[in-house]
Structure formats: structure tokens, C-alpha cells
Design a protein around this ligand. Structure first.
Ligand code: DP6
Length: 408
């Protein structure tokens, strides 16, 4: 029995301090460090199985969301926006084969099968979770001796942050071996934190992050300023605010960094318009909600697309969802629109009756302010997640490949 297999599940992550711009496109070294929160694998995750079959064929088969293709070096540079970008897969494979405990790393046929527990059309990027899974599977199967986050980074920059749970920091460095991600604080550090994704559009984005950030590096004069501020101030500030569990300061910095990232997108030539009118409506709504009290209650953040990621603590989530339900969902049943952890405990525990009457009066004023026209088509659906604990190594029964090495 010469076959070796491994299966992992990894969740996407949302950057609190964004990565945008590389100093090395091939090695994916970022111009600035970044900090993220990893989502819960039971809500959103990619699962990948790798199977190494002792053989002289050296073939590589990749199955993504049920479509299988054989790939070889001749395919490189074709369709660069493929979910598993082939060139990056080969770079990862090379890296692993050069530094692993397998005696004969070239003497295997490789089968990789990957799928997401969320539809590709749900507007959530899957490349971070997908490449993190691939890095863990390759590491395990080949007995890779290097750092798994460096390997994931060679697949997609943000993927290196999905290699761990909790709050994760990815450093910039001049040497590839030092541009790694590490846990800043584990998920248990701030259990009151919730992430609510508002899916406003579910199509493919117009300009991929890889291409967009390349244009920004080439043309934006604002970018060097952003990189300096992030490196000199924001990373330290964010680490401190998370450490102190200072939500007010945390929220302000999350929103400022998202705004600053979209400012450099606009400063790119030709400009990158990732936010749309729906995104701007949500920004205004969150600002108005925050104005009700002296301290901030919710933070928004947007990646390279129009969908919105909200951060909110337990004691304000009922109010936030009460408003969303009344303004944007025609007061319909939340259960129909929201994806949450497999046990669904969050929805069961959510009780709008617990909101004090005096607060409801304030909230209803906001509802009236925002429901002047029909807004029920703005939010397609919502995703709720707690902070995730990181990648899961799965046993054989979760393998995506059957005994004949075919996708199940
Ligand atoms: C806006 O990691 O997708 O989500 O390294 O070229 O694969 P590549 O780009 P990618 O960029 C993500 C950019 C972002 C911000 C972030 O996640 O930090």
C-alpha cells in the first residue's frame, strides 16, 4: 500500500488591516503586514483531499467543485483566474518537493479534490480557505519540513492567514522564509465577537484582487502613504485594541482601514470600484446606528467586492439584526436568510423581546429614516459566524476521494 492521503478543512478569513500590494509578485510578499479574523469552519469552509499514488505517470488531477482536469506544466499561464491557479499550484508543489521527508517525492501521481460548503455564487471568496487547505494537505502528505503558512502564501497571499484560527497576523519581510502568519490571539480571547457578512451581490468580481493590486502598485501615489501608516501605526494599534478588547477603538480602526484600502483602489488608474451603491447605503446605515450611543457598536469592512463584513459584540447583535430585519428584509423571518453554525444555536438564542422598550423607540426612529423606499432587494442573505479555531484535520470518512481515487 503505497498511497498517501490527507484531508483538511479551513475557513475563510476577513482582514481587519488589509493586505493590498506585493513587493514580489511571484513569491507573494506583501508591501505591508495585515491582521485578520478567521471564520468558523462549521459555518463556511473549504475541504480538500490529496492522494499520492505511487506511480511513474507523474500526472496531476485537480477536481474543483466536481469538475476534474488533468494539469501539466504546458497549461501554465492559461486562465490565470482559475480558482486553483495552476502556476501557483506548481510553485507550491516545487517548494514541498524540495524540502520534505518523502524519499522519492517525484514518483507519485497526485490527485487533489476540493469543494466548499458554501456556493461559489454566495459572494464569499474561497481562494484563502482553498489554498490554506491545499497547503495543509501537501504538508501532511509529503511530510513538508517548512512552514505551512509560507506554503499557503505561495498559493494566495490572504490564504496564509487562514492557516490558523483566532486573530492572525501576517508579516511582511524581505525574505520569503520570514513573511509568515502567526496567531496573535486565539478565538477564546474575545468570545463575544460576532462576524455578520451581508451578501449584497453574488456574482464574480470585475477585477480580481491579484490584478487589482498590481495596478494599484503601478499607479497609485497614495499607496506608499497607506503602507507607511499601516506598518508604522495601524498594526501595533490593532494588536493593542484586540489585546485590550477595546471594541470602540477596534471598530474605528477597522472602518478606517477599510476606507483607506478603498481610497487607494480609487486612486488606482484605471480606478477600481469595488464598493457599489448598496455598499454605500450599508455604510451610512452603520454610521447612523453608531451615532445613537457615544461608543461604537458595529464596524464594517469591505474586501475587493461590494459585500459587507460587520463586527459586533454579543450585547449589540440583537439590535443590529432587529434593524436589518426591519429595514432590509421586509420584517421577514431571519432564519430564511441567514447561514450560521451547523448547530443553529445562535438563531435560537436571538431574542428581540429582550431589547428594552426605550431602545426600541430609538431603533424604530432609525427604521423610519431608512425605509423611505423599498429596500428589500439590497441584502441577498446573511452569514453569521463566531471566531473560528482554525484548520481541522479530517479522518478518512471525510475524504473527498473514494477507494478508486475518484471524487465521491
Ligand atoms: C482585499 O489574497 O486574494 O481581500 O495574493 O494575489 O492571491 P493574491 O490576493 P488575495 O488578496 C486579498 C485582498 C483583500 C484584503 C485582505 O484579505 O487582506
Amino acid at each position: 500500500m503505497n498511497n498517501i492521503s490527507a484531508t483538511y478543512e479551513c475557513a475563510p478569513n476577513i482582514a481587519l488591516i488589509k493586505y493590498w500590494g506585493k513587493s514580489d509578485d511571484e513569491l507573494i510578499i506583501p508591501l505591508n503586514g495585515s491582521i485578520s479574523i478567521t471564520l468558523d469552519t462549521s459555518v463556511l469552509s473549504s475541504r480538500t483531499t490529496i492522494l499520492l499514488i505511487k506511480s511513474n505517470s507523474h500526472k496531476i488531477y485537480v477536481t474543483l467543485n466536481s469538475a476534474t482536469q488533468e494539469i501539466d506544466d504546458g497549461d501554465l499561464n492559461k486562465s490565470p483566474d482559475d480558482l486553483i491557479n495552476k502556476k501557483r499550484l506548481f510553485i507550491m508543489l516545487d517548494k514541498v518537493r524540495q524540502n520534505c521527508i518523502l524519499q522519492d517525492p517525484f514518483e507519485y501521481e497526485i490527485r487533489i479534490c476540493s469543494s466548499n460548503n458554501f456556493p461559489t455564487a454566495c459572494g464569499m471568496a474561497s481562494s484563502a480557505s482553498g489554498f490554506a487547505c491545499l497547503a495543509y494537505c501537501l504538508s501532511k502528505a509529503f511530510g513538508y519540513k517548512g512552514d505551512v503558512s509560507e506554503l499557503a502564501r505561495l498559493g494566495s497571499g490572504s490564504a496564509c492567514r487562514s492557516c490558523f484560527g483566532g486573530f492572525v497576523k501576517w508579516n511582511t519581510a524581505t525574505d520569503s522564509a520570514f513573511s509568515l502568519s502567526r496567531v496573535l490571539f486565539p478565538a477564546e480571547h474575545w468570545p463575544q465577537m460576532n462576524i455578520v457578512a451581508l451578501i449584497l451581490e453574488d456574482g464574480k468580481k470585475a477585477v480580481s484582487s491579484t490584478h487589482g493590486m498590481k495596478d494599484t502598485v503601478l499607479t497609485s501615489q497614495l499607496l506608499p502613504q497607506r503602507v507607511k501608516i499601516v506598518e508604522e501605526k495601524r498594526l501595533k494599534m490593532m494588536q493593542q485594541f484586540i489585546g485590550d478588547k477595546n471594541f470602540d477603538q477596534f471598530a474605528k480602526l477597522v472602518m478606517q482601514d477599510s476606507n483607506s484600502f478603498h481610497a487607494v483602489c480609487l486612486d488606482t488608474y484605471p480606478p477600481l470600484f469595488y464598493l457599489n451603491d448598496k455598499s454605500k447605503e450599508i455604510i451610512q446605515f452603520i454610521n447612523e446606528f453608531n451615532k445613537i450611543d457615544p461608543e461604537l457598536k458595529v464596524a464594517y469592512s469591505f474586501d475587493a467586492g461590494p459585500n459587507c463584513f460587520l463586527f459586533v459584540l454579543d450585547h449589540h447583535i440583537a439590535e443590529l439584526l432587529f434593524l436589518i430585519k426591519n429595514i432590509y428584509l421586509n420584517n421577514s423571518d431571519l432564519g430564511e436568510k441567514i447561514v450560521t453554525s451547523a448547530d443553529g444555536n445562535f438563531l435560537k438564542s436571538l431574542n428581540f423581546d429582550d431589547i428594552q422598550e426605550s431602545r426600541k423607540v430609538l431603533l424604530m426612529n432609525l427604521v423610519r429614516k431608512f425605509t423611505s423606499e423599498n429596500k428589500s432587494t439590497i441584502i441577498k442573505y446573511l452569514i453569521h459566524s463566531k471566531i473560528g479555531s482554525g484548520p481541522v484535520h479530517c479522518n478518512e470518512n471525510k475524504s473527498l476521494l473514494d477507494l478508486n481515487a475518484l471524487p465521491k
